[in-house]
Design a protein around this ligand. Structure first.
Ligand code: ZN
Ligand code: ZN
Ligand code: ZN
Length: 151
């Protein structure tokens, strides 16, 4: 048992800090940003800025506004950015009390996305951290394959 006793309290602290940050910055969530969050709320998979733009009423804002809004919302911790290796950043809503950490399985033919709940055992990150004398090791990871429809 090498579990560090301070690990758990730190995790909880980060979570409540996030919650209060969201509350504190709620006033910044106006107009297009609110509409973007609503699009992401009803959409189960990560969306590109272009896809978000296409889902909004044309009169609401331009694409540049969406890019700026996504950057701001990411800084605020309200959306999480995913990279599927095609050069387009994708965004998902981070739900309250959740750090948004999860993975995707992406079809390389039709771009279908499946949400993946599984993750590495925490021991792997601990081992990588210990062996390389790193702290706060995390990971990003997406899976790729060919979906049943495309096989
Ligand atoms: Zn497919
Ligand atoms: Zn996801
Ligand atoms: Zn993971």
């Amino acid at each position: 048992m090498k579990a560090r006793p301070h690990r758990h309290p730190h995790k909880q602290q980060a979570m409540s800090a996030l919650t209060s940050r969201l509350r504190g910055q709620a006033r910044k969530i106006t107009g297009p940003r609110q509409a973007i969050l609503e699009i992401l709320r009803v959409h189960p998979h990560p969306l590109t800025s272009r896809e978000i733009f296409a889902s909004l009423p044309k009169s609401l804002c331009d694409l540049a506004t969406i890019y700026r809004a996504m950057h701001l919302l990411e800084e605020m911790g309200m959306v999480k950015r995913f990279d599927f290796g095609d050069g387009a950043a994708r965004f998902e809503l981070v739900r309250e009390g959740d750090n948004g950490h999860h993975h995707h399985l992406v079809c390389t033919k039709c771009s279908e996305v499946v949400e993946i709940d599984e993750c590495f055992p925490a021991e792997i990150e601990k081992r990588i951290a210990a062996r390389n004398k790193f702290k706060a090791v995390s990971h990003k990871l997406e899976f790729f394959g060919i979906c049943p429809e495309c096989q």
